[in-house]
Design a binder for this molecule. Sequence first.
Ligand code: FMN
Length: 191
Amino acid sequence: MKILAISGSSRDKNTNYMLWKVLEAIGNEHSAELLTLKDKNIEPCRNCKGCHKTFRCVIQDDMQRIHERLKESEVILFGSPAYFDNVSSTMKLFMDRCLPFYFSGELKGKRVGLVSVGGFKEYIRYDVDGDCFWCQIDNACARTVERCLNSLSYFCDHLRIEVVGRVAAIHGSPELRDKELLELGWRLTEV
Ligand SMILES: Cc1cc2nc3c(=O)[nH]c(=O)nc-3n(C[C@H](O)[C@H](O)[C@H](O)COP(=O)(O)O)c2cc1C
């Protein structure tokens, strides 16, 4: 089985850690690769509508090769940090350039896992008898990462790809989700 993990992170930190952990569960009997979009030359979609009929993108850059790798992989992982409650700009460039697959349906039936990580912690302020207190809203990070994962899920829906599982983490401690990440890896390669 061929497994391709695609990272939309600007760094080699939390998102990549999560993707590597899923790949660890997948083991050596499969061919697995982590592809980092930040190293790639990916131009924005021009909405030229060329792919509507040809199912091919007219832009000659690194996406041509990435399209081939997506097609030949049975299992795909998408990982993005939450940037303003959404995927990173790098990941969004990649997503938009997958428009040919929306028309061709060529990725239909692939099994996909999604991971995301966020760092924002929101606080509310309240005053009691002249003293000021700050109270952390525990679910703030979970909420923002959920929105990022939803964006990736909608993308997969459009491409008719089956999302097998999603894992969210808080930056600085992605290892707290090791169990879920390993489980996702096992589920993705279950036959
Ligand atoms: C431009 C930008 C926007 C961000 N927006 C959010 C956000 O909306 N919610 C959040 O929880 N964290 C946000 N963060 C924090 C990142 O999600 C966090 O640092 C994450 O760990 C980065 O993943 P990485 O370690 O793979 O780079 C933002 C960071 C940047 C640089």
